[in-house]
Design a protein around this ligand. Structure first.
Ligand SMILES: *Cc1c(COP(=O)(O)O)cnc(C)c1O
Length: 409
């Protein structure tokens, strides 16, 4: 296909009707673990499934095109993609990571640092002085994650990447929260783009997968070879499902972020809500940078209650359209409580430093009708704002009991 095609077309059409055996329009799934040689010393394009598979190749090509990269390696999880990247630094090489990066990333980096396999510096990427000090100490790799989880903090990728490159570091951006539909880090100066394809790219909450997209073609080849050595390449079925999910990426993103904007506005105006973290709100500290470097504000947001744990608990248990679950980026809307779920491992002190309170709720907005999502939030929040401040919790608990009794009958 021509390289001038628009990304929506690439997502919908890459690999369509390319089957030479039967002309299948939807790309066939190749589960075979091994491929026949044409003859003595005559391997075909693929020989063994860990090393290469047509479904992984097709997904890698599509994703590399969408990200504007030279190639991509498809891995069995987002964490495997991050570890693949970590394997590129030299022994005891220095990695700089953001203090509010994905919990699993931090756990991996700390574990590798504890074994002296890497040297790790954790910084606030929005504090330029700290960042420059750490970069000057001889950094090989800088990780960026924007928007951050769960506070949706925005990092100016072009500005930070420029400083990192000037200091001789490679730059990787975890683009999981936006997908290439809304942000293309390579165009902003990144050398690598990391994805947990588990989230928006697959989009249907039925695959754990990852990808590492590279700006440089040789990087893609050597990283792909290493993924085969360590055996972290993804399964063919997962690649097939992920590409199938990506067909609708742009349409999903467009609708999900439009709904997220409505939900954010609703929450911002609600009495029981103290603060809303959504880059699309003009009051968000990263709004201007997000408006410049993203082509949309995404479908993730978080908010803080005016109140403590009992209210949070009752609210979460009162939700009926939102599901209380970890993960994000699927067609179904999810609510999560970072302090007891996604960020529980961090410990209370680290959460306090990162600004993740016990009254913070994270929402992943799916494809349900905006009215139903807002009604659900409104109902779960409603008693909180209607009741007198001192008896909010009791009132909420009473209504929740009534609801449960109703649903039993
Ligand atoms: C989920 C996630 C990961 C890890 O991906 P898995 O597919 O769960 O291994 C990494 N980074 C971000 C931002 C994520 O949301």
């Amino acid at each position: 296909m021509a390289e001038t095609l628009k990304p929506e077309t690439v997502a919908a059409a890459h690999g369509v009707a390319s089957d030479s055996a039967f002309g299948a329009v939807s790309p066939p799934l190749h589960l075979s673990t091994t491929f026949a040689f044409e003859g003595y010393e005559q391997a075909r394009a693929y020989d063994y499934g860990r090393a290469g598979n047509p479904n992984r190749t097709m997904l890698a090509e599509a994703l590399a095109r969408l990200e504007g990269g030279a190639g991509a390696v498809i891995t069995c999880s987002g964490m495997a993609a991050i570890d693949l990247l970590v394997s590129t630094v030299s022994p005891s090489g220095r990695i700089v990571a953001p203090h509010d990066c994905y919990g699993g990333t931090l756990r991996l980096l700390k574990a590798r640092a504890a074994k002296a396999q890497i040297e790790l510096a954790i910084v606030d990427l929005n504090n330029s002085d700290n960042l420059d000090v750490e970069l000057q100490a001889g950094t090989e790799l800088l990780l960026i994650e924007t928007p951050s989880n769960p506070l949706m903090r925005i990092v100016d990728v072009a500005a930070v990447a420029q400083r990192a490159k000037a200091a001789g570091a490679k730059v990787a951006v975890d683009n999981t929260f936006l997908s290439p539909a809304l942000q293309r880090p390579i165009a902003l100066g990144a050398d690598y783009v990391i994805h947990s394809t588990t989230k928006y790219l697959n989009g249907h909450s039925d695959v754990i997968g990852g990808a590492l997209v590279t700006a440089d073609a040789e990087d893609a080849a050597s990283l792909g070879a290493w993924a085969n050595v360590v055996g972290t390449t993804g399964s063919p079925f997962d690649a097939w499902l992920t590409l199938r999910g990506m067909r609708t990426l742009f349409a999903r993103m467009e609708r999900q972020q439009a709904t997220a904007a409505r939900v954010a506005q609703f929450l911002a105006e609600h009495d029981a809500v103290q603060r809303v973290h959504y880059p699309g709100l003009a009051t968000h500290p990263g709004h201007a940078v997000a408006a410049r470097q993203q082509s949309g504000f995404g479908a993730m947001l978080s908010f803080e209650f005016d109140g403590g744990t009992p209210i949070v608990k009752s609210f979460l248990e009162a939700l009926q359209v939102f599901t209380l679950a970890e993960s994000l980026g699927g067609v179904e809307s999810l609510a999560a409580h970072p302090a007891t779920m996604t960020h529980a491992d961090m410990g209370a002190d680290a959460r306090r430093v990162a600004g993740i309170g016990d009254n913070l709720i994270r929402l992943s907005i799916g494809l349900e009708h905006a009215d139903d999502l807002i009604d659900d939030l409104s109902r779960a929040l409603g008693p909180v704002s209607e009741a007198a401040p001192l008896c909010r919790y009791e009132e909420l608990a009473r209504r929740e009991n009534e609801r449960r009794q109703d649903s039993r009958t």
